[in-house]
Design a protein around this ligand. Structure first.
Ligand code: ZN
Ligand code: ZN
Length: 394
């Protein structure tokens, strides 16, 4: 099959369906559901995929709002690609991370790719990955090994800039709870054991530690409990930290050093310390430049370009990192809002339901499906992506 004809067909299929796809995205936008509670959004996407011949498995990885939709190849020796659909919203802000755009772009890419190529060249899967906003849905799906049997995984994220080669840090969450003893802060301070002092000593120790950290390591925290009134020595105080690093090894080395800061603070203040570590750890992104560059070329064909001098990469963390450890993965950004407008704001929520959201959804769906066509039809390109994945592995 001619790859250019396949791409033209994909573009036309998505244009023909544009109004219906945007109606589906708007229905999700108008009915926001929080992380891991996205029952109606998941069902809307499942229904669309089922109508288009995908075999649905709902509630995968013990997550009621996760799903897997498959259209396998005629021959199971053929390669496969997958698209990652997100659809959770934010408390108080609705779809301020544009997951209504992401969810439909990925589902539409799966449908269009399959319609354009049929079953001869490879399999197509759409994963419904819930709870991106703190639920770590992809972490739990990766723990169940769900991404190991697909040839690649792709999604787009609307943003204030266009950038194909997005990277993420590994992330671990720590909570420290200190317990002391109350006393009158003026009349009997010597009888108190000050839990807030332990929190402050932890922050000071972390601040000193920061100077000794390797580049890319990040530690940031907030005080979640710090006492009731100035005239009562606080008997309980807590802090919540995010610890990030470029690699899992870096994270494994950093987390104990941050815990040691809290342990030292407990010793110094005579408080008792309870440490809580979130069992959900975000893996770093195993970037795949060959796959990102295929995507960028397709984006360029569609008239969307990266800026000439891209702004510095600002790195957070995402549960897509865990997917990228199991299969070649990309998470490119497409500009939807003016530069400097952040996600998780009312402006971003408005754009997600407006003309710019529609444009990014359609462009994203086309570029994803076209990159899927490159991966399934061009053996040389596929081998380069696979070699890069192997090279960056543990
Ligand atoms: Zn978000
Ligand atoms: Zn998001």
């Amino acid at each position: 099959m001619d790859i250019h004809e396949a791409k033209t067909a994909i573009s036309k299929l998505i244009d023909d369906e544009a109004d219906a796809l945007w109606a589906l995205s708007l229905a999700i936008h108008a009915d926001p559901e929080l992380s891991l509670e996205e029952h109606r959004a998941a069902e809307r996407l499942c229904a669309y995929l089922e109508e288009n011949g995908f075999a649905l498995t709902r509630g995968v990885a013990n997550l009621p709002t996760a799903f897997r939709a498959d259209r396998p190849a005629a021959d199971d020796q053929k390669p496969s690609v997958s698209f990652l659909s997100e659809y959770d919203a934010l408390p108080g802000l609705g779809h301020a991370c544009a997951h209504n755009v992401i969810g439909v772009a990925s589902a539409a890419a799966g449908v269009a790719l399959r319609k354009a190529l049929g079953s001869e060249y490879g399999g197509v899967t759409v994963f419904g990955t819930p709870g991106e906003e703190g639920g770590g849905g992809k972490v739990l799906m990766a723990q169940a090994g769900m991404f190991r049997d697909v040839g690649a995984a792709m999604m787009i994220h609307p943003s204030d800039k266009t950038r194909a080669d997005v990277d993420f840090l590994a992330l671990s969450e720590l909570r420290f709870h200190f317990k002391g003893r109350t006393a009158h802060a003026s009349a009997a301070p010597d009888l108190g054991v000050n839990a807030l002092d332990a929190v402050i000593a932890t922050f000071n120790a972390v601040s000193l530690l920061r100077q000794q950290l390797p580049g890319g390591d990040r530690v940031h925290g907030v005080i979640t409990e710090g006492g009731e009134a100035p005239n009562i020595i606080p008997d309980k105080a807590s802090a919540w930290f995010f610890v990030r690093s470029k690699t899992m090894e870096g994270l494994d080395a950093l987390a104990p050093r941050v815990i040691a800061c809290a342990e030292g603070a407990a010793l110094a203040t005579g408080t008792e310390l309870e440490t809580e570590k979130n069992p959900i750890t975000y893996a770093p992104m195993r970037v795949n430049p060959p796959l990102a560059s295929l995507f960028l070329k397709n984006l360029n064909l569609l008239g969307v370009h990266e800026p000439d001098s891209p702004p510095p990469l600002r790195m957070g963390s995402s549960d897509v990192g865990n997917v990228s450890q199991q299969t070649p993965t990309i998470h490119p950004q497409i500009q939807m809002v003016p530069s400097g407008v952040s996600a998780h704001t009312p402006e971003f929520a408005e754009a997600s339901g407006g003309a710019e959201g529609r444009r990014v959804m359609l462009t994203g769906a086309k570029a994803l499906a076209m990159t899927g066509a490159d991966f399934l039809l061009d053996e040389g390109a596929r081998r380069a992506v696979q070699a890069e994945f192997a090279r960056r592995g543990e």
